[in-house]
Design a protein around this ligand. Structure first.
Ligand SMILES: NC(=O)c1ccc[n+]([C@@H]2O[C@H](COP(=O)([O-])OP(=O)(O)OC[C@H]3O[C@@H](n4cnc5c(N)ncnc54)[C@H](OP(=O)(O)O)[C@@H]3O)[C@@H](O)[C@H]2O)c1
Length: 285
């Protein structure tokens, strides 16, 4: 019997990882769903998983949360800027609990990337490597859903706006990432490995063309400057700080920080990754 625990199970990726573990035949009695707010994970309890409270910012919750766990998936937190001490607390608690292996969801090319989100992931990878715990690192590229979820706006505006329409992004769906991550969780042979979960590259101009193709509604790509993009985001109601941060992420994309080709995702999936077309078709439906 191996007990698998997943953090962040009230979020999109953690929830998908729990569902994938169950779908692969792991008995619900061997799945622990960790959540900052366990009430939000009631549906996972209904499916038989054990739901426990684990708040990265409250180390007192982590010991009991990880008790008896063999393999832990640490889904990176969503509070950018606070994640190094948060993740460090989870790794410390995993060590104290004698966990057999920790898998961590990092970012594309974490050790070299100039993406503003990369330093926290790089630091977490380093903490994990230094911990002495067996580990598996799973570096997630952008989610296709970052774009697919904006389909209604793209259609309403008739355009996709960006600062480099030809920059390549190895995006993949969250469901594919969760499936690949679960393969790695279930396969002890991935211990010590670092996997780049990138899909076939997309571009923003290609996104506009694919939306046109899939929906039959003409959507064009419009290249703007970084300042113009800030103004567009401010006009949509975003505050200054958030708009600046979003544009810094777009500048990272434009530099090619997410342009990484790897077959790790498809090897772990054992099939081709879901295409942008299919993801948009599913979103449109
Ligand atoms: N690759 C990408 O394109 C991309 C995009 C966005 C984010 N990410 C990263 O990937 C992670 C997973 O993505 P996602 O789509 O599942 O994000 P999400 O839906 O925002 O879920 C984030 C999860 O982290 C939990 N969390 C945040 N702070 C926590 C804390 N202090 N203690 C315990 N849990 C905490 C949240 O709990 P609550 O429900 O209580 O808030 C939630 O369950 C994100 O957290 C972020 O690090 C990647």
């Amino acid at each position: 019997m191996t007990i698998y625990a997943v953090t962040g199970t009230t979020g999109h990726l953690g929830r998908l990882a729990v569902a994938e573990l169950l779908a692969r035949g792991v008995p619900a009695s061997e799945v622990v769903a960790l959540a900052r707010t366990p009430e939000k994970a009631a549906d996972l309890a209904t499916r038989g998983a054990t739901v426990r409270r684990a708040d990265y910012s409250d180390p007192a919750t982590l010991g009991a949360a990880l008790d008896g766990v063999d393999v832990l998936l640490l889904v990176s937190g969503s509070e950018a800027g606070r994640r190094i001490p948060q993740h460090a607390a989870v790794i410390e608690a995993a060590k104290a609990a004698g966990i057999g292996r920790v898998a961590y969801t990092s970012i594309t090319d974490a050790e070299h990337s100039a993406n503003p989100l990369a330093p926290e992931h790089k630091a977490t990878e380093e903490l994990l490597r230094a911990s002495g715990l067996p580990f598996t690192i799973l570096r997630d590229n952008w989610y296709i859903e970052n774009y697919a979820a904006q389909l209604p706006q793209y259609l309403a505006q008739g355009e996709v706006i960006g600062i480099d329409g030809d920059a390549r992004i190895g995006a993949a769906t969250r469901a594919d990432m969760a499936a690949a991550i679960v393969t790695a969780l279930l396969d002890e042979g991935t211990t010590g490995g670092t996997f780049e979960l990138s899909g076939p590259p997309i571009t923003l101009s290609g996104l506009a063309a694919t939306i046109t193709d899939v929906t039959g509604t003409k959507v064009a790509y419009r290249d703007v400057t970084a300042d113009e993009l800030v103004a567009v985001l401010r006009g949509s109601g975003m505050d200054d700080a958030t708009a600046g941060f979003v544009v810094s992420l777009e500048e990272s994309v434009a530099r090619g920080d997410l342009d990484l080709q790897s077959d790790d995702l498809e090897r772990l999936l054992g099939r081709p990754a879901t295409t942008l077309q299919d993801a948009l078709r599913a979103q449109a439906a």
